[in-house]
Design a binder for this molecule. Structure first.
Ligand SMILES: [Ca+2]
Ligand SMILES: [Ca+2]
Ligand SMILES: [Ca+2]
Ligand SMILES: [Ca+2]
Length: 345
């Protein structure tokens, strides 16, 4: 199947298979003009280590180095491999972590790092400065993040569910998805509130990220399910966003519904947001999928790594069609700097 470089949005997503083995052509999508990073919005996540308001890539090298790949500040589809600069180690000795995530959990709105060892997660707070000549000073003080038992949940990630700029945590246990509201107090002591269920029947997925793909302010769940990459659009619940729930700073106002009803991609008066969208087949070729804004147009893009050669690929979000589905570009090759890395954020 050939790559569709037109940026047009058709409804036959399942047939496009732009992640298929034959789709080797570099996409030549025209990049939209770069815009300044938007204010924190629900579904987003803060991953700017270098403090230039551009989302970087953060991962762990095989040698245990926690590494940032700074965004270059621009994106050129004809030279997508220059989007992210070479990795800079900001800390060492992270081999024993069983989960690493980048997101903001304190009041300074700078990207912190969460790392899990056993059932305990530790937050490494951004020091407030980034100096490439002294990168190991990037992270500062630490504190325990929530209680014990994080090892009971998998597919964990950070996403800001209520748009307060503080990234909350999503994870899975069994077939259920949960969100933990995160709120730092005035002295930056991080409070992690009890989990709230936001979906069920998610036992058949093995890659997960959360972002507002369709810009309706509701977070969406992007999952790999078998060979398919699928987005379950966040559906508003009857429960209005509320601060009145006992002990919780917000009550999750979305749910991801995995009961695929007929004509799910049809936009109807009764369902303004499609319940789900099959983005593509061919995703068994990928061993990691994250969602982030690669071309700095404010729209979250899909980034996946090829198992075969470690290439990181970006599929740019081209916007929402009249039927409510989101369009994506073909492959943009970001390079192979991430071969052997884990916990790509
Ligand atoms: Ca940055
Ligand atoms: Ca939040
Ligand atoms: Ca959404
Ligand atoms: Ca984008």
């Amino acid at each position: 199947m050939s790559v569709d470089n037109s940026g047009s949005r058709r409804r036959s997503w399942g047939k496009r298979a732009f992640f298929g083995a034959a789709a080797a052509t570099l996409a030549v999508l025209t990049a939209a003009p770069a815009v300044a990073a938007a204010d924190p919005a629900p579904g987003g996540r803060n991953r700017d280590i270098t403090l230039d308001s551009k989302e970087d890539v953060i991962s762990r090298k095989a040698n245990g180095a926690l590494t940032v790949y700074p965004h270059s500040g621009s994106f050129d589809a004809a030279n997508a491999g220059a989007t992210y600069q070479n990795g800079v180690a900001i800390n060492w000795g992270w081999n024993n972590a069983s989960w690493i995530s980048a997101g903001n959990v304190t009041n300074d709105l700078k990207t912190d790092i969460l790392a899990q060892v056993g059932g305990i997660v530790t937050a490494y707070q951004h020091s407030g400065a980034y100096d490439p000549a002294n990168p190991t000073a990037t992270l500062g003080k630490t504190q325990q993040f929530g209680g014990a038992g994080w090892d009971l949940f998998d597919l964990k990630l950070q996403a800001d569910f209520n748009g307060d700029g503080i990234d909350d945590v999503v994870g899975r246990r069994g077939d259920k998805l949960y969100v933990w509201p995160v709120v730092p107090d005035a002295s930056d002591k991080i409070q992690v509130y009890p989990a709230q269920q936001i979906g069920e029947y998610f036992d058949g997925i093995d890659q997960l990220d959360i972002a507002d793909l369709n810009a309706d302010t509701l977070p969406d769940a992007i999952v790999r399910e078998g060979d398919q990459l699928v987005v379950y659009y966040g559906q508003p619940t009857q429960q209005a966003q509320s601060r009145s729930a006992a002990g919780a700073p917000f009550t999750a106002s979305v749910v991801f519904s995995k009961n695929r009803v007929s004509s799910p991609q049809a936009r109807t008066a009764a369902a303004a947001v499609p319940q789900y969208q099959i983005i593509s087949g061919g995703w068994s070729l990928a061993d990691r999928t994250v969602v982030k804004d690669v071309n700095l147009d404010g729209k979250p893009d899909i980034v996946s790594r090829l198992k075969s050669d470690g290439q990181l690929l970006a599929f740019l979000n081209t916007g929402v069609a009249a039927d409510g589905t989101v369009g994506f570009s073909g492959r943009n090759y970001l390079g192979a700097k991430w071969v052997g890395d884990s916990f790509i954020n």
